[in-house]
Design a protein around this ligand. Structure first.
Ligand code: PBG
Length: 329
């Protein structure tokens, strides 16, 4: 019988020893809370496929945002959900200063000032009658360059409404460069861009479609990335950084940890990851059935995203996770 000389278990023996050798520790300030503001609501409305997440009224949005900031969350990402009557082929409500997203940005900025980082989703899918992230060409495909011109104006409208940082998420070629140029031209050279650089055509966005009442019929494979591809993500990131991205993001999170790690090794800008609606729904559904320890699964999944190399995580659990972390450390 031979016994091991080296015993890694020694460093796992007590909570104090484990804490001492912990390699990655999440901080509330690294978490960003996505929020949905729905036009014309009088009461906050639950999103069935995302238990615990709400479509907010203007009033409940301000409250949820203030709670997140009080919990130490690092930022907020706002999505607007317009009335169906305000959707059209070009998503014009996204540019309207009185469109629901811009109204929400103004409310958040008035409520919170510079005490947090207010981010805006810069994409047309919530605002178009067909649900695509851009405008359509005659053949029904998404017209890249015609969409860019709209993103440019949309970025300015969002910043003038109060966004500290814009998040172009439509996966149009050249979108970061166009937004950067538009912001610079309007005197907003100090506003930063969180680029959804490696965004995959993912089934894990499913519940989000309910959250924003998307009209999409079909899929986004002509502009979002193929889940089979990794090197392509590096190319997207390189282009976005060359065009002026301040932060690059991978989306979804947990199924794409390899992509996060590869990007982290490849770039020097901060890397973010978006733990998306389907990732949230899976844990909530399993927990509701008693099949998984909910809080442990939340923190474990976020820790995995950090360990892979993302220093910022967008998560619907941001406020709760921030509170759990403050209790723990
Ligand atoms: C596009 C956008 C989407 C998500 C964030 N921004 C939807 C899509 O690209 O299909 C998905 C987020 C999630 O699933 O939690 N505006």
């Amino acid at each position: 019988m031979s016994f091991p000389d080296i015993r890694p278990r020694r460093l796992r023996r007590t909570p104090a020893i484990r804490r001492l050798v912990e390699e990655n520790r999440l901080a509330p300030s690294e978490l960003v809370l996505p929020l949905f503001l729905k036009e014309g609501l009088t009461e906050p409305k639950p999103i069935t496929s995302m238990p615990g997440v709400l479509q907010h009224t203007r009033e409940s949005l301000r409250k949820a945002a203030a709670e997140a900031v009080a919990a130490g969350v690092g930022g907020l990402m706002l999505f607007g959900v317009p009335d169906d009557a305000n959707k059209d082929a070009t998503g014009s409500a996204g540019l309207d200063p009185d469109g629901i997203l811009n109204v929400g940005l103004r409310d958040l900025r008035a409520e919170l000032g510079d005490s947090t980082v207010i981010m805006s989703d810069l994409c047309l899918d919530e605002f178009t009658s067909h649900g695509h992230c851009g405008v359509l060409a005659a053949d029904g495909s998404v017209d890249n360059d015609a969409t860019l011109a709209i993103y440019a104006d949309m970025a300015i409208a969002q910043v003038e409404a109060g966004a500290h940082m814009v998040g172009p998420s439509g996966m149009m070629d050249g979108q970061i460069g166009v937004v950067r140029k538009a912001l610079d031209g309007a005197g907003h050279q100090d506003i930063s861009i969180l680029a959804y650089s490696a965004k995959y055509a993912s089934a894990f966005f499913g519940p989000f479609r309910e959250a924003v009442e998307s009209s999409l019929d079909g899929d986004r494979r002509q502009y979002q990335q193929d889940p089979a591809n990794a090197r392509e993500a590096l190319r997207e990131v390189e282009l976005d950084i060359a065009e002026g991205a301040d932060i690059v993001m991978v989306k979804p999170g947990l199924p794409y940890l390899d992509i996060i790690a590869a990007i982290r090794d490849h770039v020097t800008v901060p890397v973010a990851a978006y733990q998306v609606s389907g990732e949230y729904a899976m844990v909530e559904a399993a927990a509701a059935n008693g099949w998984i320890d909910r809080e442990r699964a939340i923190l474990e999944s976020l820790t995995a995203i950090k360990r892979a190399g993302a220093q910022i995580a967008l998560t619907y659990w941001a406020t709760e996770a921030a509170n759990l972390l403050r209790e723990r450390y």
